[in-house]
Design a protein around this ligand. Structure first.
Ligand SMILES: Cc1cc2nc3c(=O)[nH]c(=O)nc-3n(C[C@H](O)[C@H](O)[C@H](O)COP(=O)(O)OP(=O)(O)OC[C@H]3O[C@@H](n4cnc5c(N)ncnc54)[C@H](O)[C@@H]3O)c2cc1C
Length: 415
């Protein structure tokens, strides 16, 4: 074997897995089709990402990049004045008080360079074209760049993001029917943000009846703004994405005011059909991580965090399989089980966000059963939940599901 593992993709999942494997003394190759830095959406990270960065040893490089601190998130009605903030440092179940917003082109390059410094081989500008797997003999991966080449390795890690390279080849992708959304987004300068410096750097989610905006200030003068709406609503109109975006801006006084003196940097982009899972996350000599394992709607900014968590756990499972000379180990199967549990938990709460019961309960003036505290921990990325937290989340989900059919608290007017 030339390598212990070949990784498809050098995004956060691929570079995190490469770092852990290289640090464990494994020979690892990352094949990335782009040359970094390259544009990527997804600037808002979660607090529980920070211990992973510390463990990887990449914190000094991230600190040197001087990214914007993220103290929490704010949910509001786009056409009203009701809002509620979740401040990570104030959550009694939340152990990590701070996250950050990042310019992904810069951040992704730091992670990939760190993997290289830790001993991983990285080929940028090379694309994985094909692969074949033999349980006994390992994987053969065909890559093209300056020329075409076939690489032999013991394991293949799919970190190809929404391209979902191996899952698509094996027809494993299942889209979530309730989450068929389209995102229209861009980077803007000249945005008017109000409030103190902590509030100004929160992720702000502004909700309409059937759509919502994210507002993420990721440098001192650049803000990521995106509109997420039902795919069916876009299909049934002849308006262009620019017009749909502008109409939504114009229909909210607060967003219109915020964007009054703004200018867009680069194009307005559109992504659709991004919420899915694959039927299988591990197979002999193959493991899927990050978005290539499954992706959920961006409303809770969980993408990069889950990419890093799955990469960390998958690389530990593969290290273990390599050391015990197995093609499919029990720790790989345990990885699949844990990842499915985590994705399911996020999906349940995201579905409640879309039927508005999440917002209606969160915006109640009197918090019940310390649900906002429990949600604070969950939205920070706490995945291993003690009983005190688990029962609160479960009762919140039950209550919200009942409320969506038989109103239990005051229904909100989204305008
Ligand atoms: C609209 C939207 C908004 C989002 N907002 C947020 C947010 O605020 N916060 C957050 O945490 N997440 C957000 N996300 C999610 C986040 O962008 C992803 O979850 C994250 O980038 C996943 O990392 P990854 O490494 O799995 O995939 P990626 O970052 O996509 O990396 C995959 C890499 O694989 C490479 N690749 C693909 N195919 C091949 C191939 N055949 N050969 C070689 N290389 C290949 C690609 O070039 C790419 O660099 C958002 C996503 C969307 C769609």
């Amino acid at each position: 074997m030339q390598y212990d593992a070949v990784i498809i993709g050098g995004g956060p999942a691929g570079s995190t897995a490469a770092t852990y494997l290289a640090q464990a003394g494994k020979r690892v190759l990352v094949v990335e089709k782009e040359h970094f830095p390259r544009f990527h959406i997804g600037e808002s990270l979660l607090p529980y990402n920070m211990p992973i960065f510390k463990e990887m040893g990449v914190m000094p490089a991230l600190e040197a990049a001087d990214f914007i601190p993220k103290y929490g998130g704010r949910f509001s009605l786009a056409k009203g004045d009701m809002e509620n903030a979740i401040t990570f440092g104030e959550g009694s179940f939340t152990e990590e008080p701070l996250a950050m917003h990042v310019e992904r082109s810069v951040f992704d390059k730091i992670l990939l360079d760190h993997a290289r410094e830790c001993g991983a081989e990285v080929r940028e500008g090379w694309t994985v074209k094909d692969f074949s797997i033999s349980e006994n003999d390992g994987v053969a991966v065909t890559i093209t760049g300056q020329h075409e080449e076939t690489i032999q390795a013991a394991f293949l890690i799919d970190a190809s993001g929404l391209a979902n390279f191996t899952g698509n080849r094996q027809q494993l992708r299942q889209f979530h029917p309730q989450l068929q959304k389209i995102a229209i987004y861009g980077h803007f300068t000249g945005i008017t943000l109000t409030g103190d410096s902590c509030i100004k750097t929160e992720t702000h989610i502004a909700c309409f009846e059937d759509s919502w905006f994210w507002i993420i200030p990721f440098t001192s003068n650049k803000v990521s703004i995106g509109l997420v709406l039902d795919r069916s609503a876009v299909k049934s109109t002849s308006l262009t994405p620019e017009q749909i975006f502008q109409n939504a801006v114009d229909s909210s006084e607060s967003i219109k005011h915020m964007m009054e003196h703004s200018a867009r940097i680069g194009p307005l982009r559109v992504t659709n059909d991004y919420s899915y899972s694959n039927d299988e996350l591990v197979a002999p000599r193959l493991i899927r991580i990050g978005d290539a394992a499954g992706f959920l709607d961006p409303v809770f900014s969980s993408g990069v965090y889950l990419a890093c968590v799955t990469a960390r756990e998958a690389s530990q499972a593969i290290t273990n399989a390599l050391d015990s000379n197995q093609a499919l180990s029990s720790s790989m199967k345990a990885y699949e089980k844990r990842t499915r549990r985590n994705l399911k938990r996020y999906r349940e709460v995201i579905e409640l966000f879309y039927d508005r019961s999440f917002i209606e309960i969160l915006l109640q003036p009197e918090p019940v059963l310390r649900w906002p505290c429990a949600l604070n921990a969950f939205l920070s990325g706490r995945l291993e939940l003690p009983w005190s937290l688990r029962w609160r989340l479960k009762t919140f989900i039950w209550f919200a599901r009942i409320h969506s059919r038989f109103p239990l608290v005051k229904k909100l007017n989204f305008g």
